[in-house]
Design a binder for this molecule. Structure first.
Ligand code: ATP
Length: 501
């Protein structure tokens, strides 16, 4: 029997086993900034590699880029970030805590959705096998009442966000009787806009130097290199440019561990298409990205699409792929149809024409763009929190196991001599060196074998290879599988092939 862990255990496990540490911990940490430890860096690299292979290696019309974090300050004027990259914030006067007004409302809606789910659960228990969920959702009076209220709030919320109506947002918070989770009061300030970009200075003389921004997304580095890549790579529309890199946002509400960080990493791909075809491509990338997630073997019900109520200033369609994190469904990846907004604005602000001559149409145009954008850290949290389980075994004992997809696991195998004598360590070292050029392998000879298995389970190693006295005679080892704990005898000559499969 396996149980998913609660969130505090996920955070504690990540630290205890060297996946994620709070940044600058010996100085009491730095809010919403984290460091990846010896195992975290492996998992993170594997996630990036999995994305890069799927996006760049497997598409002949998508190429990579690694643009600088520092960029010309006018880029952020052109992109709209200087004027519009804001979050609406609100303070509670009693607790002095600051919140995002939109997040308070979204959380309120999520709580109402939970009420519906509870009704459905009750119905399921009551009707047993004959329960028809779709019919129940469509006819149950309580469910319908909740849904009606949710729809009304959604509509009002979307209108206010689209109109940037800050007074209206405050009124909605008051009308919904939302209280501060800390103080429990409704003593709210007005809602204000807060720009999320970090500013810094470049140049030796502070007064004369330019204000630069740490990029809040990697996408703009792709747009300003559109012509460089298109011309040097002789790319034909439709084509894409992919990039993995750091981004920085001065998030107001920075909680929930690596879900919302002030320094984080993005994997973004901008796909340039003929104007008029963008919504077809939007649909295509929605499906392809969902397949990428599901190919990892995490059940489909952990994901859902969420179409945006408020479209960003540049978009004509947008959806999120949401994941069921331990604290509920939240955005994992964004897919946006950005129109020709970015290339047109950079043309205007730079004075350089960012167009494409389409030989088939015999005309020039500004390509439209579909963007897929996912945070490496959020992906890390998604796979890590889903994988971490506490299992009760048949004999009543428990084990903690991190059932990571094999391709993402930090170590693919551990080589364990049964005892620290009789030539077993030497044989185990031989096997370790046989596997090392192909995969990350750990060697461990400390403690009883059972404890070593548990240690490997806890860090997600899919295979434990045990060297015992028989190994010296029959040149075979025992391979133990992490998830089933089943063991098989495998010849060393065949071991590499076996693990590759
Ligand atoms: P949210 O609504 O959660 O603030 P967003 O809509 O602003 O996210 P995008 O601008 O679409 O996010 O960024 C694309 C992706 O980058 C997100 O889907 C997420 O995976 C990741 N991301 C964004 N902000 C952060 C952050 N502060 N920390 C970690 N990852 C982030």
């Amino acid at each position: 029997m396996a149980n998913q862990m609660d969130f505090t255990k996920v955070v504690a496990h990540a630290k205890e086993y060297g996946f994620v540490f709070p940044s600058s911990e010996i100085y009491d940490g730095l809010a919403a900034v984290y460091d990846y430890g010896q195992l975290g860096v492996e998992l993170k690299n594997n996630i990036k590699q999995y994305w890069w292979q799927a996006m760049v290696q497997m598409h002949e019309n998508i190429v990579g880029l690694d643009s600088a974090i520092f960029m010309h300050p006018r880029i952020w004027k052109a992109s709209g970030h200087v004027d519009a990259f804001n979050d609406p914030l609100i303070d509670n006067r009693d607790s002095k805590k600051r919140y995002r007004a939109d997040v308070l409302i979204e959380d309120h809606i999520a709580k109402m959705e939970e009420k519906i789910e509870k009704e459905v659960e009750k119905g399921r228990k009551r009707w047993g096998e004959s329960f028809d969920e779709a019919q129940f959702r469509a006819t149950n009076q309580r469910v319908l009442e909740h849904q009606k209220k949710i729809d009304e709030i959604h509509t009002r919320f979307a209108e206010l966000m689209n109109a940037n109506d800050l007074d209206g947002l405050k009124q909605l918070i008051l009308d919904l009787e939302i209280v501060c989770p800390i103080s429990g009061t409704r003593n709210w300030t007005d809602v204000r806009q807060f720009n999320l970009m970090f500013a810094t200075k470049m140049g030796s003389v502070i007064d004369d130097s330019d204000t630069l921004y740490l990029r809040p997304e990697t996408a703009q580095g792709i747009f300003v290199n559109f012509l460089n890549v298109q011309k040097s790579g002789r790319m034909k529309v439709p084509f894409g440019i992919a990039q993995i890199g750091k981004a920085f946002r001065n998030e107001i509400v920075a909680r929930q561990f690596i879900f919302r960080m002030r320094e984080f990493e993005q994997m973004e791909m901008q796909f340039f298409v003929r104007p008029g075809t963008e919504l077809e491509w939007f649909k295509h990338w929605k499906e392809e990205r969902m397949q990428w997630h599901q190919a990892l073997g995490i059940p489909a019900e952990c994901y859902r699409f969420h179409d945006h109520e408020k479209l960003a200033h540049y978009a004509n369609a947008a959806t999120d792929i949401e994941f069921r994190f331990p604290f509920g469904f939240k955005e994992l990846e964004g897919i946006h149809s950005r129109t020709d907004f970015d290339l047109s604005r950079h043309s205007e602000f730079s004075g350089k024409k960012l167009q494409y001559f389409d030989p088939e149409l015999n005309e020039s145009y500004t390509p439209y763009v579909i963007e897929t954008s996912i945070g490496v850290d959020r992906m890390f949290l998604a796979v890590f929190s889903h994988a971490l389980k506490e299992e009760t075994l048949e004999d009543g004992s428990t084990r903690t196991v991190l059932s990571l997809p094999t391709r993402l696991a930090p170590y693919k195998a551990a080589v364990l001599p049964l005892v620290k004598k009789d030539g077993l360590p030497e044989k185990a070292r031989e096997i370790q060196h046989l596997l090392m050029p192909e995969m990350m392998v750990q060697y461990d000879e400390k403690d009883a074998i059972g404890r070593r298995y548990r240690r490997q389970d806890a860090i997600g190693t899919p295979f434990c290879i045990t060297v015992d006295n028989d190994t010296l005679n029959d040149n075979s080892v025992t391979v133990r599988h992490r998830d089933t704990m089943q063991q098989e005898r495998v010849s060393i000559d065949n071991l590499l092939n076996y693990l590759r499969k």
